[in-house]
Design a protein around this ligand. Structure first.
Ligand code: RIB
Length: 343
């Protein structure tokens, strides 16, 4: 295999100095159009390709960002990731996507990899299993110790001083439950996500707050735990169907679990929304295509992605700026899976 051409060979071919070739490649000094064309022609003739990583290291930035997600197969994260990639691309940055599958050991591995890849910054959605992030044993601790710019998205890290872009999950859980109460429901179940994840915990608190505000008792047998995957929604809804006094409405803390609940209703011949109302959370694209189309709480995924990239680039430019926290409001999307309940 022919050895890669060197910058000296390009210089000789173009009849200029190696320094001139370097200035043309790195645009570090003015070079006349005539000389530039000679250098580019020589590079084409020899098949020379500048070493982008070497140039990045010289310039101190790679224009590459890291994105760490806990479950890239979940449509919510797929859509958030797409929006982050689109925003980064518009601003001239490429992305390295890391999927941790909710495993903190993989999180460790990916954080080390991104540090070694010299990314300029990281957008981070954690697995949720935090130890003390102040110490190096925690993946985030390694990032903080290296002063690598980080923006946390979706899953807050309470007590840690870091830029964050979050949905107002407390408000979202309240809105979902208030909607069902306003429809006349009094036996409202909640299928939660993993309790150690802040988004789910806040949504369940919002569910409780709506009950308290309406003077309704919270029946703890109506709160079933899921894991944000559809199968857990199916299992939780099956348990609710077996209760002596089943609910007339279900608030699932994400759309995938709501799909699991819709599946149980369909297999039990239970009409949605005539006999059971179901509301989800996220507003993934599939929510419009379930049967019936899912009423849900929409997370502002596009804006979350845009703001996360904006905050990260601002942090890259100025590592000493004050920590920014953006809490974005969710919204109720009415479709056909919720309906009135006679008192
Ligand atoms: O669907 C996945 C869930 O986990 C979403 O609700 C999102 O908030 C994430 O935390």
């Amino acid at each position: 295999m022919k050895p890669r051409p060197t910058i000296r060979e390009v210089a000789r071919q173009a009849n200029v100095s190696p320094t001139t070739v370097s200035h043309v490649i790195n645009e570090t000094r003015f070079v006349s159009e005539q000389l530039r064309q000679r250098v580019y022609q020589a590079m084409d003739d020899l098949g020379y390709r500048p070493n982008a990583l070497a140039r990045s290291l010289r310039q101190g930035e790679t224009h590459t960002l890291g994105l760490i997600l806990p479950d890239s197969a979940n449509p919510f994260f797929a859509e958030i990731g797409r929006n982050i990639e689109a925003s980064a691309f518009e601003l001239g940055y490429s992305l390295i996507l890391c999927n941790t599958e909710g495993d903190i050991n993989r999180e460790h591995i990916y954080v080390d990899l991104l540090i070694r890849k010299q990314v300029d910054g990281i957008i981070f959605v954690g697995t949720g299993d935090r130890s003390d992030s102040g110490d190096r044993s925690d993946p985030l601790g390694a990032l903080f110790q290296r002063r690598l710019p980080v923006v946390v998205v979706d899953r807050d890290l309470p007590g840690i001083e870091v830029d964050a872009v979050l949905a107002d999950n407390l408000k979202g859980g309240y809105m979902a439950t208030r909607h069902l109460i306003d429809l006349g429901h009094r036996r409202i179940a909640c299928i939660s996500g993993p309790s150690h994840l802040t988004p789910s915990a806040y949504r369940v608190t919002g569910y409780r707050n709506a009950h308290h505000e309406a003077g309704l008792p919270v029946d703890h047998s109506l709160i079933q735990r899921g894991d944000f995957h559809p199968e857990s929604g199916r299992i939780a809804a099956s348990r609710l169907f077996e209760l002596p006094d089943p609910p007339t409405a279900i608030f699932a803390c994400n759309d995938l679990m709501a799909m699991g609940a819709l599946h149980v209703a369909a297999t039990n011949g239970c009409l949605v929304p005539d006999e059971l109302s179901i509301i989800g959370f996220d507003d993934i694209e599939l929510a419009s295509f379930s049967f019936p189309p899912l009423t849900t709480i929409s997370q502002p995924k596009k804006k979350m992605g845009e703001v996360a990239v904006q905050l990260l680039l601002e942090r890259i430019q100025d590592k000493s700026r004050p920590v920014q926290r953006r809490i974005l409001s969710p919204s109720l999307v009415l479709r056909q899976s919720t309906g009135g309940q006679e008192a």
